[in-house]
Write a new protein. Structure first.
Length: 107
């Protein structure tokens, strides 16, 4: 979890502060959810991601082993975001959400 940096990147305009060296990588993922753990579909070259919980809280893990559930994992309240850093963290990310998740990727 040492690569996790918690930050809410949403401002009134709907875009957070991005460091100058961060470049968006398409495609993002929007409205993802479903049964079982959510796994990211990481575009080539992405090293960072912002994951936001929409409509309901979510829980997530980044160790690639622990399966999140309603009581296991880091909480992500509805309307909040978490910044993920590093390809290993992106690959190991798993989440469960009663609502959906929106994801933007960066390099």
């Amino acid at each position: 979890m040492r690569y996790l940096v918690f930050a809410c990147l949403l401002l009134a305009q709907g875009v957070g502060e991005a460091r100058a060296e961060m470049t968006p990588v398409a495609p993002g993922q929007y409205g993802i959810g479903g049964f079982g753990p959510i796994v990211l579909s990481i575009p080539d070259g992405a090293a960072f991601a912002t994951v936001c919980a929409e409509g309901a809280p979510a829980r997530f893990t980044t160790d690639g082993v622990t399966v999140p559930s309603g009581r296991i994992g880091m909480p992500l309240p509805a309307g909040e975001c978490v910044a993920l850093s590093g390809p290993a963290v992106l690959s190991a990310f798993r989440a469960v959400a009663a609502g959906s998740l929106d994801v933007e990727y960066f390099r």
